[in-house]
Design a binder for this molecule. Structure first.
Ligand code: KG4
Ligand code: ZN
Length: 411
């Protein structure tokens, strides 16, 4: 534990953030919601890669193993001790129940023993604040409000209208207000990236590999149709199949802002079968697994040399179709909601084609746009501590019987 304590001053607004909703154990200390004093992330990618996706039981076990050293490392990096903190913030959902529980149990024990307030943060709100936090650090001009937030990750593809507190001292709206405008009906975009990568023998997580290989293929080689949802889906009596499909109701949403990626995933599968690409995928998977087993992280050149041109064309076409899909709905929603800016966040916001095309469309329309840095695109705890700050100011604290809510909705 860090013993070299910073001077204790209640007005410093020091919040310890803890994040354990999926496969990253993270802790960070952020001052007053905008100054990152430390941020530590322990990724479990290597543990889950062998299984081709996140295994919930393994995730919980790794969080249990990591949580204490990661929090200590965050305090050490911030050069402070537990008693210097003003509050403990933790992700309370959505996410994997067992994974969330590790962070929540630890945060509750810490808040209780230190007699500090506990703040519950929605993971999606955290992703939105990852951008706001960095924007406030990098830019003199605040991002014009209200903003449209596209949260696009392995578990979510959601569009929110986000408005800041109107008056910090007003009980009416002392914290941020979020209105869900659209979301996916089936797979999240990151899930589609991961499933297609797995089908092509590229391993987990697949998004970054697709991103790096796409420039070597022709994005117009395979004409995937843009899925248009024409009417509101009839979900009554149907059991939702995916995480994304259960977190928020769709009956109130404009069909123009609903996403669907499962059709695209099936179209890729059909293309692989019809064009004899399966054998190549199996060879590639075996070669990459062998490299990983011998302790090597495969280099881009090696992975590229394992891909034939039709596979590279398929990868480029798939990525282009996902980005088309995200881009059209996001800008249509931005128009309809008359927002003054757009922000894109979550793991898939790291995608280079997505960034390039969103930037150029935003520029064409004169709409300010913001992305997180690559490190802040994926799960981290600085975003949780930053999102907790307005709640800290508003005195919106969680009770010590706080429970994990795997389907928590942001509203
Ligand atoms: O936000 P995140 O770390 O965790 C969740 O909350 O889900 O997002 C992880 C997701 C994975 O599906 C991963 O494949 C995807 O983000 N991802 C990418 C890229 N980097 C990560 N997808 C496309 N291109 C990337 N460069
Ligand atoms: Zn996330």
């Amino acid at each position: 534990m860090a013993t070299n304590s910073a001077s204790h001053d209640k007005s410093r607004g020091l919040i310890l953030g803890i994040e354990s909703s999926c496969d990253e154990t993270a802790a960070a200390v952020v001052a007053c919601g905008h100054q990152t004093l430390s941020t530590i992330v322990a990724s479990q990618t290597a543990t889950h890669a062998a299984w081709g996706g996140v295994v919930p039981e393994l995730a919980s076990r790794e969080h249990l193993r990591n949580i204490v050293p990661i929090v200590r490392a965050a305090l050490h990096q911030a050069n402070m001790a537990f008693n210097d903190l003003d509050a403990i913030a933790v992700t309370s959902g959505p996410g994997l129940a067992g994974a969330l529980l590790v962070g929540i149990s630890y945060a509750k024990a810490l808040a209780f023993s230190l007699d500090k307030p506990l703040i519950a943060v929605n993971h999606l709100e955290g992703h939105i604040h990852a951008v706001l936090l960095e924007h406030s650090q990098q830019s003199v001009e605040p991002l014009p409000m209200p903003t449209l937030a596209l949260v696009v990750s392995g578990g979510h593809t959601h569009l929110f209208l986000a408005a800041p507190p109107s008056n910090i001292s007003s009980a009416e709206q002392a914290t941020w207000r979020y209105t869900l405008l659209g979301r996916t009906l089936d797979d999240a975009a990151g899930e589609a990236f991961d499933k297609v990568a797995k089908l092509l023998g590229l391993g987990y997580p697949g998004g970054p590999w697709i991103d790096r290989l796409a420039p070597f293929g022709d994005p117009r080689a395979v004409p995937f149709a843009l899925t248009r949802i024409k009417s509101k889906p009839h979900l009554v009596g149907k059991t939702p199949r995916t995480k994304a499909a259960i977190t928020s109701p769709v009956t109130m949403l404009d069909p123009r802002f609903l996403f669907s990626f499962s059709g695209l995933k099936t179209a890729v599968l059909r293309y692989v079968e019809e064009n004899g690409l399966r054998a190549g995928a199996a060879t590639r998977e075996a070669a990459l697994q062998a490299a990983i087993a011998s302790g090597h992280t495969p280099a881009l050149d090696q992975v590229r040399s394992l891909c034939d041109q039709p596979t590279l064309d398929l990868i480029a076409s798939f990525q282009s179709a996902v980005v088309d899909n995200l881009l059209h709905r996001s800008f249509d929603a931005a128009d309809k909601a008359e927002v003054r800016s757009l922000l894109v966040t979550g793991g898939v916001a790291a995608n280079s084609e997505l960034r390039r095309r969103f930037r150029s469309e935003a520029e064409r329309r004169g709409l300010p746009i913001a992305f997180p840095t690559l490190a802040m695109s994926t799960d981290n705890a600085a975003m949780i501590a930053a999102a907790a700050w307005p709640r800290f100011l508003a005195g919106e604290f969680a009770r010590l019987d706080l429970e994990a809510d795997p389907r928590l909705v942001l509203a």
